[in-house]
Design a protein around this ligand. Structure first.
Ligand code: PLP
Length: 428
């Protein structure tokens, strides 16, 4: 089925007992066993079924199946936030003394996780000089266990050459983990270009209404852990914490998610509530429609800002003269998402006046909402970075990041125009 259809029907036909057509919210912590033997068989993973909602839940399972199908993977695990998804996915293949190699353009909190949290646990992050495959390859060494990138960097707006990066990762026997939050599977399925694991913050475009935190990890089922078993012994040798289970043997192609669930979700428990899974499923039903309008509006806004006398510079990969244009065409079907950054003439001070003058746009740190949103990364999402780190991540002091919503384009442009004019205090 096509993504538009999967987004509405994937993972669910109707409730087997009541015939309800909406996905039921299974608000339960635990599930009854038929007998002692049944309980034991469930715990031994000999029969399928639910035990306890920290491990799995029928409402969340529909969300997992739907996103698995949208991303073309084999299995997923949904968690309480995008950050949990990023932590579980990267911790799942690393251990003390190993490293991950990452592009430098990252979501601020992901950068903090890699640059500051992992090193205290003995895992280092080696940041490439750019998102180019050669620069990524230059950072790979014997201790590397994964390569990481965001399909479309937040907020840098760079569009990664997924195929080239996947080739480099695979050449060195490493999986490619991709954060596909900004692009969504409507614009690109990273698995089609070699990604092995896809991570999402469902909080953004997937849920789409700014109501619900959530994250998901999708196992594409493409990486052969056994073939590189010396690096990935956590997947290919018996796990003493789970009565000697060998994930690659028991779960086959879904070994990565099997271990994420059995090790990280079971012991750390970053659980998405069934209610939140339901809300995210509601959002996903209209994902394709919303992305149509988001991208159409964003292109109009980018052109409007670029020709505006009060604007210094617009960074949007959707312009034909963008260095990323080729990647936008190849990977995103020509639609460059609905995030952009720009600088108003007059620097930081004018930027502050512009930001305060916005009336329709919400001032906040979020993206992918139906509403148009504006954020000042240097003082918020990327505040923990030094100025040099900010510049590497694509954040200039006066940069304003816009997430263009699905309101009528005339209202969006009118708000930007009045805010730019008021920032220039009548000079434009
Ligand atoms: C928001 C975001 C995250 C973090 O997701 P949360 O759901 O807020 O935890 C990770 N990556 C990207 C690209 C994001 O935009």
């Amino acid at each position: 089925m096509k993504p538009e259809t999967i987004a509405i029907h994937g993972g669910f036909e109707c409730d087997p007992t009541t015939k309800a057509v909406a996905v039921p919210i299974y608000q339960t912590a635990a599930y009854a066993f038929d007998s002692a033997e049944h309980g034991a068989a469930l715990f031994n993973l000999e029969v399928e079924g639910y035990r306890y909602s920290r491990i799995s839940n029928p409402t969340s399972a529909v969300l997992e199946q739907r996103v698995t199908e949208l991303e073309g993977g084999v299995a997923s695990l949904c968690v309480a936030s995008g950050q949990s998804a990023l932590y579980f996915a990267t911790a799942n293949v690393t251990e003390m003394g190993t490293n991950i190699v990452s592009v430098p353009q990252l979501y601020g909190t992901t950068y903090t996780l890699f640059a500051h949290i992992f090193p205290k646990q003995g895992v280092s992050a080696r940041f490439a000089a750019s998102d180019r495959a050669e620069d990524i390859e230059a950072q790979i060494n014997e201790q590397t266990r994964a390569v990481f990138c965001e399909t479309v960097g937040n907020p840098a707006g760079n569009v990664c050459d997924l195929e080239a990066i996947a080739k480099v990762a695979h050449k060195h026997g490493l999986p490619l983990i991709v954060d596909n939050t900004v692009a969504t599977p409507i614009l690109v399925r990273p698995v089609d270009y070699g990604a092995d694991v896809v991570v999402h913050s469902l909080t953004k475009f997937m849920g789409g209404h700014g109501t619900t935190l959530g994250g998901i990890i999708v196992d594409c089922g493409t990486f052969d852990w056994q073939a590189h078993g010396s690096k990935f012994s956590m997947l290919t040798t018996p796990d003493e914490s789970y009565h000697g289970l060998v994930y690659a043997e028991h779960y086959g192609r879904a070994a990565f998610i099997g271990r994420c669930r059995s090790v990280y979700q079971r012991t750390i428990g970053s659980v998405l509530s069934p209610m939140n899974a339901f809300l995210l499923l509601q959002g996903i039903e209209t994902l394709a429609l919303r992305i149509d309008r988001h991208t159409e509006n964003a292109l109009k806004v980018a052109h409007f800002l670029r020709q505006h006398a009060g604007v210094e510079h617009v960074n949007y990969a959707g312009f034909p003269d963008s260095p990323y244009h080729e990647h936008v065409v190849k990977y995103l079907g020509g639609r460059a998402c609905s995030l952009m950054t720009f600088e108003i003439k007059g620097g930081l001070e004018a930027g502050r006046r512009f930001y305060n003058a916005l009336a329709l746009f919400k001032r906040l740190v979020n993206l992918g909402d139906a509403k148009s949103l504006a954020c000042h990364p240097a003082s918020t999402t990327h505040r923990q970075m030094s100025s040099a780190e900010q510049l590497k991540a694509g954040v200039k002091p006066g940069s304003i990041r816009l997430s263009i919503g699905i309101e009528h384009i005339d209202d969006i442009l009118a708000d930007l125009d009045q805010a730019i004019r008021s920032a220039h205090m009548g000079d434009i």
